[in-house]
Design a protein around this ligand. Structure first.
Ligand code: GYE
Length: 347
């Protein structure tokens, strides 16, 4: 059915074009345009904000997928990092009678009521990126995004493998975690993975402080941590923007950032691999390792909408495969939960 909509769209758009070139009257053209508009699938997308390069790339992926040429009418709302704004956006989408609601929720809790309202209105909700914590999972059709805890486990496995190769004892690993937005799925998974690894391996986890996934907060939090502790040698940043801020703070404090942790460098690791500066830092060894987090969800969400349009029931949870990047040669792979992940050169 969806494919038929697409074909019809192309046909109508070409008819409008031909009409523009030739004989038809203004009124006929308008009618054809209106019919074309009516056959568009309307998608209301509530994005949580614009805190990071990951987020901006994700927004672009959605905007370049849900275009008129592709058969969609996209209504995009930026929640400016406030759940209340996202709830208002969803209520507006319901009033507008959109065909689908796509939600990238900031944090997990507090969605039951508004998602119940969407269900009352018979509008399917697709979650993208982070998840919601609702008692009734049928309040949303499906979700697509990353396995954030797995990303964290891969990173912890890399830290373990690398520090062992450098001949370090577990108790000599003094790590701080600059966390993401507290209560967001990405933060919960990445924080849990590090906390578990620290406990299991006997690392000294000095502090966990939120940097809200932004460069400015990453800088501020790192400067504060350096004043509190003089033995930090691993900084686990829950995204690249925080890492960029943290590196700046470390260097401004007169300390060295790098991969030579066994010779006194402060080693920074992070997540995403989207931003050009962070890839460059990874090439230069200022970020020792990046666990990729893939933001290109537009086509994935479109595939889910197509399935729903065709009357199918897509998988509830759809995970994206992700890589690991490092320019350190000492570790070539890590194994997590029985799966081997190759460590790739940053591109
Ligand atoms: O890692 C970070 C962003 O939820 C996966 O949010 C996303 C995270 C991403 O701000 O950069």
């Amino acid at each position: 059915m969806r494919k038929n909509i697409k074909k019809a769209m192309v046909l109508l758009l070409s008819l409008s074009f031909l009409a523009g070139c030739g004989s038809s009257t203004y009124k006929e053209e308008k009618t054809e345009e209106n019919t074309a508009e009516q056959s568009l699938v309307t998608v209301g997308f509530s994005q949580l904000g614009a805190e990071s390069d990951w987020r901006n790339t994700n927004t672009i992926s959605m905007q370049s997928t849900f275009t008129k040429e592709n058969g969609y009418n996209l209504i995009y709302k930026n929640g400016q990092q406030k759940q209340a704004n996202q709830i208002t956006a969803i209520r507006t989408f319901i009033q507008q009678g959109v065909d689908y609601i796509v939600l990238a929720p900031e944090t997990e809790n507090g969605w039951d009521t508004v998602l119940g309202e969407a269900r009352e209105a018979d509008i399917p909700v697709i979650l993208v990126d982070r998840r919601v914590n609702v008692s009734d999972k049928s309040l949303y059709s499906c979700w697509v995004g990353s396995d954030f805890e797995l990303e964290g486990k891969k990173m912890a496995a890399w830290i373990k493998a690398y520090t062992e190769k450098m001949g370090m004892e577990p108790e000599d690993i003094h790590v701080v975690n600059i966390q993401g937005t507290i209560g967001s799925t990405a933060q919960i998974g990445r924080t849990r993975a590090l906390a578990n690894a620290a406990r299991e391996n006997g690392w000294d986890l000095l502090a966990e402080v939120s940097g809200d996934f932004t460069e400015a907060k990453g800088r501020e939090v790192m400067a504060g941590l350096l004043k509190r502790f003089d033995n930090i040698n691993v900084v686990y940043c829950e995204n690249d923007n925080e890492a960029i801020g943290a590196i700046d703070a470390i260097e401004s404090a007169g300390k060295r950032v790098g991969t030579n942790i066994h010779r006194g460098d402060i080693m920074v690791v992070s997540f995403d691999g989207v931003n050009e500066d962070s890839i460059q830092f990874c090439k230069d060894g200022k970020i020792s390792c990046i666990a990729e987090c893939n933001p290109h969800h537009g086509p994935r969400v479109e595939a889910l909408i197509e399935a729903l349009e065709d009357g199918e029931t897509p998988e509830k949870f759809n995970y994206v495969d992700e890589r690991m990047f490092s320019s350190v040669k000492a570790v070539t792979s890590v194994t997590v939960d029985g799966t081997l992940y190759k460590i790739e050169e940053p591109e």
